[in-house]
Design a protein. Structure first.
Lengths: 278, 307
């Protein structure tokens, strides 16, 4: 199985020369099985470039199929939706699988995003391809062709997000994108269960450990939280993810070097670009 | 008077190697008079960096900010939740937009910080927000600056602003389609709709009023999202070409035209070609054409006011 980061940035897309090596797009991750099955996790700005590349194939002819898993609906995870060009070609079938936000519904939330005040699209019904929305309650399995996907709710400030365990080709990727535990070295049991035995753990690393004291309770992890979970759950590799918008390439280099000193698990900072073999 | 470009891109932010020189953040400019009055026009993703600068200048002291919105599509408001001064208690933020009522604007801006989209609701943000409705043709005054709202042709409505201060003037004309093929109203357009006689009349009036409003302006910033060949494919999207902009400003006493709201697909190399091509075309029509890039600061009226 292969994985490609199309967007690695948290909260806010960052442009300019200081954000070229790791990338400035907000979150979007593609997973591809050896047999060619694909899925996408989240629709941040990174998804726009992925969408453009998909248009060169079956999606350009209205024959594309893609499941999209949403961790949650904060804007940095859905802001690429109105610009994901496969939606504009009739015949493409794009499933969006996500949980209902507390006190609202997934459908209403995406409708609000495309409401006429905010977007000339005006609503999901005006996407030529249509959207197949599938709401799930985290804690079970999802049916996605070519993959085994398990979900769990993980804490994120005053709400929760969905974590994903994705298996294919005998390998396992776990994605915990926006998460903050009661203590950095106290992952919740659901997060631990999803991460256990992962070949790659992709984990929220929004804050430098020193900066975390000022950001406690805001829903994101210090680097050490991912390191602790990867070690405790026996993960083979750790990708630091959801980079702070203010973290320049040089700052991320420093963060990675420090994290490696304190980690028994090999780790790297997620970067836009190449397909990684898992 | 100075104008600084904090975000020059249309639609959505575009990070990466191809946007390093012109910039990838979405619509936001800062207009600053000699007397120090700051007007923010549009609150796209460029607003985040502007907010950091304003916060540094304020050194923790709460101030009053005026944010004029052309319209409330995401690429023009998405920076608001990341505007650093909003998190300093005592700060007052006045937001102006073309809507049927200021209450509605509060709903719309409140809507982008609903918990489904953003962790902190508007009501919990320390700054006090006040929402104001603008009316095309009804001028507003901010200290030494006079601001005239101008109706534009864009889905769900849009408004430009002419700012007069320090004996010179700058106009911000975005987002707008030209005034020929389509009259944008408040519904989704899958393509062009046939125009009625009333529609044609409304478009002609809108163009006439825009031409009059920017007459004699030193500098006009204009939505030139599309090249002509792109516009031909997407005439219903609500954006113009540099040719459309030149048709409004050439022979109208405007010294300088700024190309703005660049298509997200336009790379730095394409932007270089666009800049050169329209510099030359502008010269033929008596207008100095400059292509906006992020971080660019221009003195308005530096070489005297034309006309």
């Amino acid at each position: 199985v292969k994985l490609r980061f199309w967007g690695v940035r948290g909260s806010f897309a960052m442009c300019g020369p200081d954000f070229l090596r790791y990338g400035g797009n907000t979150t979007s991750i593609e997973v591809v099985s050896a047999a060619g099955a694909r899925l996408l996790v989240d629709l941040g700005t990174g998804a726009t470039e992925y969408g453009r590349q998909l248009m060169a194939g079956a999606f350009g002819h209205g024959q594309g199929r893609l499941p999209v898993l949403l961790s949650h609906t904060h804007l940095d995870h859905i802001q690429g939706l109105p610009f994901f060009t496969p939606f504009f070609i009739k015949g493409n079938r794009i499933r969006i699988l996500g949980a209902d936000p507390v006190g609202s519904s997934l459908e209403q939330t995406l409708q609000n995003q495309l409401a006429p005040h905010y977007s000339p699209l005006g609503g999901l019904e005006n996407l030529a391809a249509g959207v197949d929305l599938e709401v799930f309650v985290p804690g079970g399995e999802l049916t996605v062709d070519g993959f085994e996907v398990t979900t769990a709710a993980v804490p994120h400030g005053n709400m929760w997000t969905t974590g994903f365990r994705i298996k294919a080709d005998g390998k396992q990727v776990t994605i915990l994108s926006d998460v903050e535990y009661p203590e950095p070295d106290w992952p919740t049991p659901e997060a631990y269960a999803l991460a256990q035995g992962a070949d790659l753990l992709v984990h929220d690393a929004m804050h430098d450990d020193d900066a975390y004291a000022l950001a406690r309770g805001w829903g994101h992890s210090p680097v050490s939280a991912g390191v602790h979970l990867a070690e405790a759950a026996g993960c083979a590799r750790l990708a630091l993810f959801h980079h702070n918008p203010d973290a320049t390439d040089d700052a991320i280099d420093t963060l990675v070097a420090r994290a490696r000193d304190g980690s028994k698990v090999p780790l790297f900072a997620a970067a836009e670009g190449e397909y990684l073999d898992i | 008077m100075e104008i600084t470009f904090w975000g020059v891109r249309g639609s959505y932010p575009v990070p990466g190697r191809d946007t390093v020189r012109y910039g990838g953040q979405t619509s936001c400019v800062e207009v600053r008079t000699a007397g120090g009055q700051v007007l923010v026009i549009d609150a796209g993703t460029g607003l985040r960096a502007l907010g950091q600068k304003l916060a540094r200048e304020a050194r923790g002291v709460a101030g009053t900010h005026h944010i004029l919105l052309s319209h409330v599509h995401w690429d023009h408001i998405q920076g608001l939740p990341f505007f650093e001064p909003a998190y300093v208690p005592g700060t007052r933020i006045h937001v102006y937009a073309l809507l049927t009522a200021a209450d509605e604007l509060q709903q719309v801006i409140g809507g982008i910080t609903r918990h489904e989209f953003f962790p902190m609701p508007l009501s919990a943000v320390p700054a006090d927000f006040e929402f104001h409705e603008v009316e095309p043709g009804a001028a507003m005054t901010f200290a030494d600056a006079r601001v005239l709202p101008i109706a534009l042709n864009h889905p769900f409505g849009s408004v430009g602003y002419r700012v007069d201060a320090d004996g010179t003037s700058v106009a911000y004309v975005a987002d707008t389609a030209p005034f020929t093929e389509v009259l944008h109203k408040q519904h989704f357009l899958p393509g062009l709709e046939p125009l009625t006689d009333d529609d044609r009349g409304a478009l002609e009036a809108m163009q006439r009023e825009l031409v009059a409003a920017v007459h004699g302006c030193d500098t006009v910033v204009y939505d030139t999202h599309f090249l002509p060949e792109e516009y031909a494919r997407y005439p219903h999207y609500g954006h113009s070409t540099p040719e459309h902009a030149l048709d409004i400003v050439a022979g109208n006493g405007v010294r300088r035209l700024i190309l703005y709201h660049h298509a997200p697909s336009h790379t730095d190399d394409q932007m270089d070609e666009i800049a050169a091509r329209y510099k030359a075309l502008g010269a033929q029509r008596g207008v100095d054409v400059v292509t906006a890039c992020e971080g660019m600061m221009l003195i308005v009226g530096a070489r005297g006011v034309a006309a």
